[in-house]
Design a protein around this ligand. Structure first.
Ligand code: CU
Length: 65
């Protein structure tokens, strides 16, 4: 299912990679799209929203919504 998060604190390609890998560690099948400018992270995954948000937050980013 498609899930959209607003993630603050991402600033560069490294952040995109960190967020993408964190989500894919949780769900190797996950599709992750990060837009740095809008702070928008789109995730296609069967994992629950809370688990994905926690994985992103674990990387040191703030999941605002
Ligand atoms: Cu970065």
């Amino acid at each position: 299912m498609q899930q959209v998060f607003t993630v603050q604190g991402m600033s560069c390609g490294h952040c995109v990679k960190a967020v993408t890998q964190a989500v894919q560690q949780l769900d190797p099948q996950a599709q992750v799209q990060v837009d740095l400018e809008t702070q928008r992270v789109e995730v296609q995954s069967v994992q629950p929203r809370e688990a994905i948000a926690a994985a992103i937050a674990d990387q040191g980013y703030f999941v605002a919504a």
